[in-house]
Design a binder for this molecule. Structure first.
Ligand code: UDP
Ligand code: MG
Length: 313
């Protein structure tokens, strides 16, 4: 029997947990001859009665495990805690609790995995009732992240994913604190397969991800996978320096040929000032290179990730 663990982060989901559990149970019951399922619910400091509902379900069903975090740490950490608690499984599935990720997709996720995928990623095709600002924000975010980092991020992918046991095992070695769960998973590599689904609106309650939280996540994922914001300062500085140098060069040439100054004294002062600004910005870009080195040492990612060892004990 292959062991599959389903990890569900919970924040203010008291009315969604029961319906989700029932639907999950229905879906996995058709697959139980081949697979042993386990559920890890991570209660991310919900202020409502989520934990009571979870305790109740855990008493009814021994396959249901609950990790109750001491406060709200955010979804990225909640998912991480779930993966850390999952002991040697063959595959692990992360799914949201609000039923925006239809559990009925699980057999397809498993099938793709059986066909050889090590990470099965779902792509949200269309979310009903998604506010316009959020849609634009999400598009922009993926565009920037793709441009500035060397990650291969596909737009509209979600956290609803299946990971092979090999992947979750190496994931445990990631130690960075500011983290974007699926960003790290993407960094690890492995064979990915994408499937699409249509996300319905959340069943009960409101999205716990406020614009502020989403903004923080976007900034943190961009800064942990790229130095682009600092480099941009460096490039701007280089551009300014080059342009001002040309202006000075022109002035010098004109003075040599015609014996008079093309610019007023004030313009010369401004130009000189701009030149120093350019040099300062360039220095910031240079600092970025050093920070980049420190950054990669500090986040301490594994040097490489091995898929499999053959004839190597
Ligand atoms: N969530 C969490 N901690 C948080 C916010 C959200 O564990 O601080 C969980 C939430 O319970 C749900 C999932 O993360 O299972 C997705 O949250 P939400 O539906 O609010 O986000 P969205 O669908 O807008 O991405
Ligand atoms: Mg949701």
């Amino acid at each position: 029997m292959l062991k599959i663990i389903i990890v569900i982060p919970i924040y203010r989901e008291e009315h969604n947990i029961r319906p989700l559990y029932e639907r999950l149970k229905g879906v996995v019951s058709q697959l139980e001859e081949k697979y042993a399922f386990e559920f890890i619910f991570v209660n991310d400091g919900s202020p409502d009665d989520s934990i009571l509902v979870l305790t109740e379900i855990a008493e009814e069903d021994f396959r249901v495990k609950v990790v109750d975090l001491s406060r709200n740490f955010g979804k990225e950490i909640a998912l991480t805690a779930g993966v850390h608690e999952a002991e040697d499984c063959d595959a692990l599935i992360c799914i949201d609790a609000d039923l925006q990720h239809p559990p009925e997709l699980i057999p397809e996720l498993i099938q793709k995995w059986e066909e050889g995928a090590e990470i099965v990623v779902t792509i949200r095709k269309d979310t009903e009732k998604q506010p316009i600002l959020r849609q634009i924000g999400s598009k922009l975010y993926y565009w920037i992240l793709n441009k500035v980092s060397d990650l291969d991020v596909v737009s509209q992918t979600t956290d609803y994913r299946l990971y092979d046991g090999k992947v979750t095992k190496v994931f445990k070695s990631a130690t960075e604190r500011e983290r974007m769960f699926r960003g790290i998973m993407d960094w690890l590599g492995f064979k990915k397969v994408y499937i699409e689904f249509i996300a319905p609106a959340r069943l009960h309650g409101e999205a716990g991800y406020t614009y502020l939280k989403l903004w923080r996540l976007a900034v943190s994922s961009i800064t942990s996978f790229s130095l682009w914001p600092l480099k941009i300062a460096g490039y701007t500085g280089a551009l300014i320096t080059i342009m001002v140098s040309f202006a000075f060069f022109w002035m010098l040439l004109f003075y040599i040929v015609h014996g008079e100054l093309v610019y007023s004294p004030l313009a010369i002062v401004i130009l000189a000032n701009t030149l120093f600004m350019g040099i300062t910005l360039m220095a910031i870009g240079l600092v970025a290179l050093y920070i980049g080195k420190i950054h990669t040492e500090v986040i301490n990612r594994p040097l490489y990730v091995i898929r499999e060892r053959i004839n190597l004990g």
